[in-house]
Design a binder for this molecule. Structure first.
Ligand SMILES: NC(=O)c1ccc[n+]([C@@H]2O[C@H](COP(=O)([O-])OP(=O)(O)OC[C@H]3O[C@@H](n4cnc5c(N)ncnc54)[C@H](OP(=O)(O)O)[C@@H]3O)[C@@H](O)[C@H]2O)c1
Length: 253
């Protein structure tokens, strides 16, 4: 994979940082993206094997910032081959205890970031693949979705809906981008031990969440990153269009 280049959104911690480590170990050069925590993203870059890795930043909920940081990743790495759409937000909004104003604002922000953000980063990446000198063949897109798209997110319905959209987006684009030689797939993880899930895992529901899996634990970030990295490798093209469950047998469908 030496010579291949990947942009990982939300690479400053959690799953994204683990994906960066996996892909750098496989020989790729990485653009580690974050929203605002540049110091954390620089820390991830400093720990990666190999050289030439960079940090880019911007809110994926803002279309102009997306265009800017994808352009910076392209110019900083001399082009891109792989996009991992990993950045997302999770907002608790139980319908029975949320005001109408909070409800509308929460849905708007979650859909702006998780759905429009993923779609816009993807458009900019595909535009780069289509116009780069070597052509688009060999490009890869991996969307990080969630088990919640299938099992439901009773306290975070906008998040669950956004992840169903991210899965569906990957499947639609797998069909429309196959003629360009671009593979597109998604993963649907259950709970992962990261900042996003930290408060729930540390709270009174933590033991129940760990017991959802017959392994008696939640995923470590690398449990998810190993599958995402495989999807970025050339041998995985036939997984294009798949949504791969990564939930430790906690939810079967
Ligand atoms: N954790 C779980 O239990 C779980 C379960 C299923 C699926 N997932 C999915 O796995 C992926 C990674 O989750 P995680 O738990 O590793 O998340 P995390 O620890 O909360 O990290 C989120 C990352 O996304 C970035 N980010 C957040 N909002 C952003 C925005 N508006 N614009 C740009 N970047 C933004 C953050 O950047 P900053 O550091 O600058 O804030 C950070 O790098 C997400 O798609 C999530 O939905 C997580």
């Amino acid at each position: 994979m030496t010579g291949q280049r990947a942009l990982i959104t939300g690479g400053s911690r959690g799953v994204g940082a683990a994906v960066a480590a996996r892909l750098a170990a496989a020989g790729l050069t990485i653009a580690v993206h974050c929203r605002s925590d540049i110091a954390a993203a620089e820390g991830v870059v400093a720990g990666l094997p190999g050289s030439g890795h960079i940090v880019v930043s911007g809110d994926i909920g803002d279309p102009e910032q997306v265009e800017t940081f994808v352009g910076e990743a392209v110019s900083g790495l001399g082009g891109l081959d792989v996009l991992v759409n990993n950045a997302a937000i999770h907002t608790d909004q139980p319908i029975a205890s949320t005001s109408y104003e909070q409800w509308r604002a929460g849905w708007r922000r979650v859909i702006d970031v998780n759905v429009h953000g993923t779609a816009n980063v993807t458009w900019c990446f595909v535009d780069h693949l289509r116009t780069r000198p070597e052509g688009p063949d060999g490009g890869r897109i991996i969307n990080v979705g969630s088990r919640g798209a299938y099992r439901g997110e009773p306290n975070a319905p906008a998040y669950g809906a956004s992840k169903a959209a991210v899965h569906s987006m990957a499947q639609s684009l797998a069909v429309s981008l196959a003629p360009y030689g671009i593979g597109v797939a998604a993963v649907a993880p259950g709970f992962i031990r990261t900042d996003m899930a930290g408060p729930m895992l540390a709270g009174p529901a933590g033991d129940g969440i760990r017991a959802q899996s017959p392994f008696g634990r939640v995923a470590e970030p690398d449990d998810v990153a190993s599958a995402v990295a495989w999807l970025a490798l050339p041998g995985s093209l036939w997984a294009s269009g798949a949504v791969i469950d990564l939930n430790g047998a906690s939810y079967l469908r």
